[in-house]
Design a protein around this ligand. Structure first.
Ligand SMILES: [Fe+2]
Length: 323
């Protein structure tokens, strides 16, 4: 948005709608009217809707001055808690379900394609390239997990050249960038799939973790008598020429928080079983340093083309506008 630069002398108030003597029932139309000269049609539409809903909210709740000031202080604290390393507003958006709603509307996928879910705040740009079959985690970071499957299109053809970027917590439920002394990427990596679309890598079994609860959003969650946990999951972002980037995550079946994710990101199509592998010869053959049982996760990522994605979003918005 541009800076307000018009000087008082240059403003022709005769062309501005009069907004005096407003009542609770006329104020909304007046605000719409005074905003209606916005030259950007999309902005005009968004602000009209925002003002309408905000005013309706105030009327519907009969909001008190004290409650409104509580909200102002809460948003102020949310801003103060945010920094380059901590984004409290994203957390607020996540915990109110707004991030997931925006994701649902913007990332609808065609039938059969892998569903998308929220990126979350722990993605970093510095993951290393990890050759297929190798490990994204250092020894000692958690229980062994072998991940494998295929990246295909919606017709089942392998997608050569696809790159899976994956990241997860260690066995303590922390991402590498939550450690103050982080000296490089850990439990994250970029895997180039094989020409037939197959991929595999070694990782650790993800565990449930709490979202940061020491700020204003944590207080809000407490006030609402909710918990701050996310079920165990493995993030993945898959990029391939000719396909929409797929940002998704795989959730572990059996996790007690699967049905009550604090950020509303779980979709049952993304919930996977971890298979127990007790044959330690298989553990060794898969490259794990210690001959102990491990878990196995098999998942095929099915990518949508931009055309398929556009049709899916079109369908979704027509359902939505009929509702
Ligand atoms: Fe996560």
């Amino acid at each position: 948005m541009s800076q307000p630069t018009t000087k008082a002398d240059n403003i022709d108030t005769s062309k501005i709608p009069d907004v005096t003597n407003l009542t609770a029932s006329t104020i909304t139309e007046s605000v719409h009217l005074i905003n209606s000269s916005c030259p950007n049609e999309r902005s005009k539409f968004i602000f009209k809707s925002l003002v309408q809903h905000l005013h309706d909210f105030v009327r519907e709740t009969n909001l008190t001055t004290e409650e409104w000031m509580t909200a102002i202080h809460f948003l102020t604290d949310t801003g103060k808690k945010s920094s380059d390393l901590r984004q409290e507003f994203i957390l607020l958006s996540d915990t109110l379900g707004v991030s997931t709603l925006i994701d649902i509307l913007n990332n609808a996928k065609p039938p059969g394609a892998t569903e998308a879910t929220v990126l979350g705040p722990f993605f970093t740009e510095d993951a290393h390239d990890v050759p297929s079959g190798e490990s994204i985690a250092s020894e000692g970071k958690g229980d062994y997990l072998y991940v494998h499957g295929r990246v295909t299109d919606t017709k089942g053809n392998g997608v050569p050249g696809a790159v899976i970027e994956t990241w997860e917590t260690d066995g303590h439920g922390l991402y590498d960038n939550q450690y103050p002394n982080r000296d490089g990427p850990e439990c994250r990596g970029r895997i180039l799939v094989k020409p037939d679309g197959n991929y595999s890598y070694r990782a650790v079994v993800p565990v449930p973790y709490p979202i940061p609860g020491d700020g204003p959003v944590g207080k809000m969650i407490n006030h609402l008598n909710r918990h701050i946990y996310r079920p165990a999951h493995l993030h993945a972002m898959i990029k391939a020429e000719g396909f929409e980037t797929l940002t998704t995550a795989l959730y572990v079946n059996g996790d007690k928080f699967l049905g009550s994710d604090a950020v509303f990101g779980v979709k049952t199509s993304l919930a996977v079983d971890l298979k127990q592998v007790d044959d330690v010869k298989v553990t060794k053959a898969r490259g794990f340093p210690r001959a102990i049982p491990h878990k196995e996760l098999h998942f095929d990522f099915i990518m949508a083309t931009p055309e398929e994605g556009a049709i899916a979003r079109q369908k979704l918005s027509s359902t939505w506008s009929k509702a």
